[in-house]
Design a protein around this ligand. Structure first.
Ligand SMILES: NC(=O)CC[C@H](N)C(=O)O
Length: 374
């Protein structure tokens, strides 16, 4: 293999490989994702903004890419690290090869990396910042300097950087060939205001298919403007980075809670709901990114295999009497779901919309519909 790119971590560790996206450099927090399928959905998930994704699955690009599997309009991950790139994509849905897609979206990526060694390093020492650099524009020292100078994803409001600037209605049904049942026997439509912190299309698609009229609003949408619209429910989306600096929307959620409007938060949105209810958020050692995470519903002792993508977690020590823990991770016992006592508000840390991943817990969307229907 011709070595044409280097990955350097902030601790100085380097991995040489082949440049498979555009030439240049990219800096971000290096995380690993253990999903065996769904690289396109993962790359286009806006929650990965400012992160470089290591795919632990060793062969990436096999099925090419297509427009229906995009979770947003572009690749949000800052870079991609893989073991081996599939040379010939083969799938009836494929519209383009992965390397061409990376180039179209101007993404830096590196292949030929010992992703097992890199993953074990992250697991042992925790997430690190890193830089991928093509060797025609710089060397190890340049990449090392850039990796060390990246400020990281903590204490920055990334959601405000990528949220929609204008409100819009969502009314597209994209057929993903997956088993999405319409809402059970409920004929009425629900008007849901979706706070967009980097929302995945799959979430909108599922809510739309369940009879919701969706108005997507910016992360900084004003409480009274939204209230005037008389929504049946508020949805708080997934999103990138640290929820703690998002003070404005946390205060907005507090006001919605006082009004007892039904609220459903997924991942970033769930973390914001927890913050608005008085809990604290902490950064995890290396987060959860994958499609095989067992989560237990502690109210009925059922276990679900879930899709996960998060770096922050609700601090168990900060749970107060307003918050009921509903789900925990069976990997590390971290909190995975909460409900707010005496309110129609709940949230889930993982991704019930999956995409990619198992659909075990997609019924949480029905729980939201039922809350709006009562
Ligand atoms: N998928 C998400 O919404 C991620 C939430 C948050 N940015 C975290 O990393 O924990």
């Amino acid at each position: 293999m011709v070595k044409s790119a280097v990955l350097v971590l902030e601790d100085g560790t380097s991995f040489y490989g082949k440049c498979i996206g555009i030439q240049g450099f990219s800096v971000g927090e290096v995380v690993f994702n253990t999903s065996m399928t769904g690289y396109q959905e993962i790359l286009t998930d806006p929650s990965y903004f400012k992160q470089i994704i290591t795919f632990t699955y060793p062969h990436i690009g096999n099925v090419g890419v297509n427009t229906k599997d995009e979770e947003s309009m572009k690749i949000y991950a800052t870079g991609m690290i893989i073991r081996e790139q599939s040379i010939i994509p083969s799938n009836y849905r494929s519209e383009m090869s992965l390397p061409d897609y990376l180039k179209k979206h101007r993404i830096i990526a590196i292949s030929g990396i010992d992703t097992r060694k890199l993953t074990l390093l992250i697991r042992k020492n925790g997430t690190q910042n890193g830089c991928i650099m093509s060797l025609n524009i710089g060397n190890y020292n340049d990449a090392y300097r850039l990796a060390k100078s990246f400020r990281g994803i903590e204490n920055t409001n990334l959601a405000d950087m990528i949220t929609t600037r204008h409100k819009y209605y969502w009314n597209t049904t994209v057929n993903k060939n997956i088993n999405e049942k319409k809402s059970t026997c409920i004929e009425r439509k629900f008007f849901v205001v979706v706070y967009d912190f980097g929302v995945k299309k799959s979430i909108l698609r599922i809510l739309h298919n369940k009879n919701c009229i969706l108005l997507i609003v910016p992360s900084y949408a004003h409480y009274s403007d939204v209230l005037k619209l008389k929504p049946d429910g508020i949805f708080l989306s997934n999103g990138p980075g640290d929820p703690r600096p998002c003070i404005y929307v946390i205060n907005t959620i507090k006001k919605f809670l006082k009004k007892n409007i039904p609220i459903f938060g997924i991942c970033f949105g769930y973390q914001l709901l927890a913050l608005a209810s008085g809990a604290k958020i902490i950064k995890m050692k290396y987060g959860h990114h994958g499609g095989n995470h067992p989560v237990k519903n502690i109210t009925d002792n059922t276990v679900y295999i879930t899709s996960q993508n998060h770096n922050f977690s609700v601090d168990r020590n900060s749970i107060n009497s307003n918050i009921k823990i509903t789900h925990i991770s069976l990997f590390d016992k971290t909190i995975q779901g909460i409900a707010i006592k005496d309110k129609k508000a709940f949230g889930f840390q993982g991704h019930p919309e999956s995409s990619p991943g198992p659909q075990d817990i997609v019924r949480l969307f029905d729980k939201f519909i039922n809350l709006m229907n009562t």
